[in-house]
Design a protein around this ligand. Structure first.
Ligand code: C2O
Ligand code: CU
Ligand code: CU
Length: 444
């Protein structure tokens, strides 16, 4: 997105009809009327104010995922932008809604303030409204926000046309091309309980796209923006990903991976060298968790040779060190008789489960009964251990989401830096999130 003035952006959330499947129109709810929304280019040290106008039929709350953001601009689920000229009450059929205690209403538009004091990273933004995040994101309310900084500028990584942010998500479609979301149709069935998956994979809003590439290195910023689907990405007929960054910034040194497991909202910043493939060949990005054609994500056609000045240096950055933890806390993500809970509780806004101190670090022990991608706002963390053992090589770096697998015990070291105030942690399976698998904490 281009600034409307230095550090000022404006984006209108609106209904648009776009062509996703050939010859059909899909109604999307888009930031700027597009799906995905515009990519925001942010710079460390250059604060940004984003005015979000809401012309949708439903209230919204916008969250910058991975952002180190003051609490009042963090997109709290009851901090709502009410549609312009609309009303705060129910919208029959689409979005019947209750009012939650402490709900804040901004009429038509509001400004979000982002200080952008954080390191270069691949962030994204999406809707975060109470009880309604999953259908709103499914309908299109998500986009990239890239933070750049001088440390990254100095690196000879592939750039310009050779840097591709790739938002991967799944959707289902009706015969007329509309997005199909089960809540609109069947109610809370078993598929809904596990999280909604679609049978069509989209990359940047397009099904089975082709990217024409030169036989050079490319930087791919991969995001799993699915509501609930986990991915395990590989290159076919073969090849490796050179990881240069994780959710929240560059690694100290690159890592080589054959496969990238990605739970919803995780990002990998990787370099792929297409000079390793014959000119004229097709390289396919596949999701190995699904068999056959349904596992195809996108294609790269290696069109021709070209000069390549890019390098992946042995030293990439100086990420923050791991501080010594001052406390240990446990968060259990589990389905109980009352629903999807954190430490046995269904989410209630304002119900604080922890009060970490600003400037400290804590070990958070995450346990679960199922696959839960656990996401923490504000704090960035490193995975210390899975079941008491070394984490996977793909767990490296500062992150904000970790896939906690069934009956796993995952220890993370979280740094509470930036701002005091109320933040949240939650399952990023968006249906679980809407079914109250969230908790508040307050940085004091
Ligand atoms: Cu990506 Cu609390 O969210
Ligand atoms: Cu977040
Ligand atoms: Cu979950």
């Amino acid at each position: 997105a281009a600034p409307v003035a230095p550090g000022r952006y404006e984006v209108t959330q609106r209904v648009a009809r776009v062509e996703i499947l050939p010859g059909l129109r899909t109604e999307v709810w888009g930031y700027g009327g597009t799906f995905p929304g515009p990519t925001f280019e942010l710079r460390r040290g250059a604060p940004a104010t984003v005015r979000v106008r809401n012309e949708l039929p439903v209230p919204t709350s916008t969250h910058l995922h991975g952002g180190v953001t003051p609490s009042d601009s963090d997109g709290y689920p009851t901090d709502l932008v009410i549609p312009a000229g609309g009303h705060a009450g129910g919208h029959a059929g689409h979005a019947a809604r209750m009012t939650h205690p402490g709900e804040v209403h901004h009429e038509g538009a509001r400004d979000y303030h982002y200080p952008v004091g954080q390191r270069a990273a691949t962030l994204w933004y999406h809707d975060h409204r109470m009880d309604y995040t999953a259908p709103a994101v499914w309908q299109g309310l998500a986009g990239f926000a890239l933070v750049r900084d001088e440390e990254e500028d100095a690196l000879p990584l592939p750039a310009g046309e050779r840097e591709l942010p790739l938002m991967i998500c799944d959707r289902s479609f009706g015969e007329d091309g509309s997005f199909l979301y089960p809540r609109n149709h069947e109610g809370h069935d078993a598929a809904y309980m596990a999280g909604v998956e679609g049978d069509v994979i989209l990359v940047n809003g397009a099904p089975w796209p082709v990217a024409e590439v030169t036989a050079t290195r490319y930087r791919l910023r991969l995001l799993n923006a699915c509501n609930a689907r986990r991915l395990n990405l590989r290159l076919a007929p073969g090849g490796r990903f050179t990881q240069v960054g994780s959710d929240d910034g560059l690694l100290a040194a690159p890592l080589e991976h054959d496969a990238l497991p990605m739970s919803p909202s995780e990002r990998y910043d990787v370099v792929v060298d297409f000079s390793a493939y014959p000119v004229g060949s097709t390289v396919t990005l596949v999701n190995t968790l699904v068999d056959g054609a349904a596992g195809n994500v996108m294609r790269f056609v290696v069109a021709r040779r070209a000069k390549d000045d890019s390098v992946v240096p042995k030293r990439l950055s100086r990420p923050p060190e791991r501080p010594a933890p001052v406390a240990t806390r446990s968060f259990d993500f589990r389905r109980t008789d009352s629903g999807w809970t954190v430490n046995g509780r269904l989410y209630r806004p304002g119900d604080l489960l922890a009060r970490p101190r600003l400037g400290t670090a804590e070990v958070w022990r995450l346990t679960s009964d199922f696959h839960h991608p656990v996401h923490v706002h504000l704090a960035h963390f490193q995975v210390l251990a899975r079941n008491g053992r070394e984490p996977a090589p793909t767990d490296a770096g500062w992150k904000d989401t970790v896939d906690v697998r069934p009956y796993e015990v995952v220890d993370v070291l979280a740094r509470f830096e930036g701002y005091r105030g109320r933040y949240m942690l939650h399952c990023h399976n968006l249906e679980h999130e809407d079914m109250a698998m969230m908790a508040d904490f307050e940085v004091i």
